[in-house]
Design a protein around this ligand. Structure first.
Ligand code: SF4
Ligand code: SF4
Length: 63
């Protein structure tokens, strides 16, 4: 099952991905990006928008 993964070590905390998500599945609490996996449709828009390559869609739930 696909899953959106956030790579914290790469994240610039720019919050650019938060406003791009059409499902409002992303939020920032302080500097910590939160993913609401139930809302995420794995559309990949945020992955393309992230300037740091800090988001990816994993094919494997445990990857
Ligand atoms: S993959 Fe799509 S639905 Fe999921 S958080 Fe990113 S922009 Fe939102
Ligand atoms: S767009 Fe990328 S670098 Fe910016 S907050 Fe989102 S994950 Fe982090």
């Amino acid at each position: 099952m696909k899953k959106l993964v956030h790579l914290r070590e790469k994240c610039l905390e720019c919050a650019g991905c938060v406003g791009i998500c059409p499902k409002m599945a992303l939020d920032m609490y302080g500097l910590d990006l939160q993913i609401n996996h139930e809302n995420c449709s794995k559309c990949g828009l945020c992955v393309k928008a992230c300037p740091a390559g800090a988001l990816k869609i994993s094919e494997n739930e445990n990857a």
